[in-house]
Design a binder for this molecule. Sequence first.
Ligand SMILES: NC(=O)c1ccc[n+]([C@@H]2O[C@H](COP(=O)([O-])OP(=O)(O)OC[C@H]3O[C@@H](n4cnc5c(N)ncnc54)[C@H](OP(=O)(O)O)[C@@H]3O)[C@@H](O)[C@H]2O)c1
Length: 244
Amino acid sequence: MRKRNILITGGSAGMGLATAIKFAEKGDQVIITGRNEKKLEEVKKQYPNIYTIASDVAVSDERKTLMSEIKELFGHIDVLFSNVGVGIFKPLSDITEEEFDQLVNINYKGTFFLIQEALKNMPDDSRIIVNASWTHHRGLMMSSLYGSTKAAISHLVKTLSIELADKKININAISPGYINTEQFNEAMLGEEAAQSRKVQVPMQRFGKAEEIAGLVYFLASPEASYINGQDILVDGGLTAVHNY
Ligand SMILES: NC(=O)c1ccc[n+]([C@@H]2O[C@H](COP(=O)([O-])OP(=O)(O)OC[C@H]3O[C@@H](n4cnc5c(N)ncnc54)[C@H](OP(=O)(O)O)[C@@H]3O)[C@@H](O)[C@H]2O)c1
C-alpha cells in the first residue's frame, strides 16, 4: 500500500497514541495533535517518524492553523482519526454551564468543525473514523453530558455518510468500552471500583488501547471498503449483556 497521510487528533496518549504507532509502524506518515507540548515532545523523542503539532480542537483558529500546516508540509489528508474527547461524569443537577460548554466545545463542536476543516483537504476515497463511546449506546448514571456529546457525533457520522458519498469518503464511528488509558484506567479507579466494572464485561477485563488501534487501522484499509456510516462497539461484550 502507498504511504498515506494520517491525521490523529489527541495522539499524544491513550488510543490516539496507540493508533499513531500502529500506522507509523506500517509505513504511513502520521501527524498527531494534542494541547500539551511536553507530551508531544515525549512522543517525538520516542517515535521520531511521528509528526506532532500542538493544537486544541476546541479553538477555531487552532483548527484552521493545523490544517494549513498539514497542507503546506504534507499536501493532503488520506485518513482522519478524530479521536479527541474528554469526560465529566456527574449527575445532571451538578453540571455547570461552564462544564457543559467545555465538553460540548471539545467533544461535539470541536469534532464537527475539525471534520469540516479537514474535508477541504481530503481527496476522493479518503477515510474518516470518529471516536465515540459505549456510553451513548446505554443510559448510564452520571453520563448525561458526556454520553449526549458522543451520541451527537455518532449521529453526525450517519448523516455525513450520505453527504460524503459523492467523494467516495467512508466515515465510521467506533465506540470503545472500558479501555485502560491515561484518562480512564484501573489504577485511577482503585481496585474495588475497577473490579465492579470488570465483572460487567463478559471478557472480565478492560481493553487495551492497542485493541482500538487495530480496528481503526482496519477501517482505514481497503478491506473495509463497504463499511460506512456505522458505529462499531469494541467493548469486550459490555453492551451485549444485561448488567446486574
Ligand atoms: N478510555 C476509555 O475507557 C474510553 C471509553 C470510551 C470512549 N473513549 C473516548 O476515546 C477517546 C480517546 O480517549 P483516551 O482514553 O485514549 O484519552 P487519553 O488517554 O486521555 O488521551 C487523550 C488525548 O487527547 C488529547 N486532548 C485532550 N483534549 C484535547 C483538545 N481539546 N485538543 C486536542 N487534543 C486534546 C490529549 O492530550 P492533551 O491533554 O495534551 O491535549 C491526549 O493526547 C476520547 O474521545 C474518549 O472520549 C474513551
